[in-house]
Ligand binder design. Structure first.
Ligand SMILES: Nc1nc2c(c(=O)[nH]1)N[C@H]1C(S)=C(S)[C@@H](COP(=O)(O)O)O[C@H]1N2
Ligand SMILES: [Mo]
Length: 323
């Protein structure tokens, strides 16, 4: 079935920052980065503050209460300064330091493969493709921590329906940007670049799977995967690929970067599952970022990260074998 909004059905997100303002900000950030390069800790902190403020172009969205958790939200500061984005370094504080070199305009996403209508979409078109929703999701990292983040975007299915998947489309592969000029982390071979992830077609079409374009009412900070990423809340965080440039629908299960690097540690499915431990650590509990006190009890990790509505996608599957 094809659902293709006509031009007059498009809903404009309000207040995308005009290009001049944006470019001014870029120059400003470049200056700030240069200043920070002198190595003074004070300047580095000032740079981080300036970045946090400057990056905040507003992105209006309507709350989707039905798909949102009511739990206390992680602070913007934590969510934007404790990150995994290996293209900008492997330490949690590296992406916020380094991701200012990511150029998020111009940006296009190509959607191809097992589709009737392959297309390359500009990011500004993607922003206008459907009404933007705010969805507060839990995100559980395979490393044993979690956050609660108010994301802005719309269901990935909305984007995929644009290209009319063929009957052979069984999987979706997501390829992210790998440009060594913008991404210092690519110098280290921690992963087989580019970062690639994948979903089964029915997972990708599930309404919970979010095409993420912003968070906390703003466009995505670079370190959180600007300008467009996945947010798949019932899977470990690494499935939520950042800074996507290509989406390919395939008949076969695609290779994925983490599965490539350590197949016994990172399966294709990667569903949050407290009963399947990572070979090097338990997955039974998690630490909520922001709840870091010495006496703070860990939280119990829930099957599918608590998103029971996806359970039917896996009926009859052995989730220990397909971890
Ligand atoms: N391109 C890319 N996407 C990525 C990663 C990465 O290293 N590169 N890390 C993943 C991991 S391990 C996690 S936990 C989430 C973290 O998202 P956040 O920093 O917005 O919380 O991004 C995922 N997406
Ligand atoms: Mo992660």
């Amino acid at each position: 079935m094809l659902i293709k909004p006509s031009q007059d059905q498009l809903v404009l997100p309000s207040e995308i920052t005009p290009r001049e303002v944006y470019e001014d900000r870029r120059r400003f950030l470049a200056r700030m980065a240069a200043t920070a390069a002198v190595g003074s800790a004070v300047w580095e902190m000032a740079n981080r503050e300036a970045f946090a403020q400057a990056a905040g172009q507003r992105l209006a969205a309507t709350a989707n209460a039905a798909l949102s958790t009511q739990e206390k939200q992680t602070s913007f500061k934590d969510a934007s300064s404790y990150n995994n984005f290996y293209e900008f370094g492997t330490d949690k504080g590296d992406p916020v330091e380094n991701a200012h070199t990511l150029k998020t305009r111009p940006w296009t996403v190509t959607i191809e493969g097992e589709v009737k209508k392959p297309i390359t979409l500009d990011i500004d078109r993607i922003l206008k493709l459907a009404p933007l929703e705010e969805r507060v999701y839990r995100l559980r990292c395979v490393e044993g921590w979690s956050m609660v983040i108010p994301w802005v975007g719309y269901s990935l299915s909305t984007l995929l329906k644009q290209v009319e998947p063929t009957g052979n489309a069984k999987y979706v592969e997501f390829t992210t940007l790998a440009d060594p000029r913008q991404m210092p982390g690519l110098r280290s071979p921690v992963l087989n670049w580019p970062y690639v992830e994948g979903l089964r077609m029915d997972e990708a079409m599930h309404p919970l799977a979010l095409l993420g374009l912003g968070m906390y009412g703003q466009v995505l900070p670079n370190q959180n995967g600007a300008p467009v990423r996945l947010v798949v809340p019932w899977k470990y965080g690494f499935k939520s690929a950042k800074s996507i440039v290509r989406i390919r629908l395939t008949s076969r299960q695609p290779r994925t970067a983490w599965n490539d690097s350590a197949p016994n540690e990172y399966g294709f499915y990667s569903n949050v599952n407290p009963e399947v431990d990572h070979p090097r650590w338990s997955q039974a509990t998690e630490r909520r970022i922001g709840e870091d006190g010495f006496f703070q009890k860990k939280r119990k990790t829930l099957m599918f990260n608590g998103y029971d509505q996806v359970a039917s996608l896996y009926t009859g599957m052995n989730l220990k074998k397909f971890f």
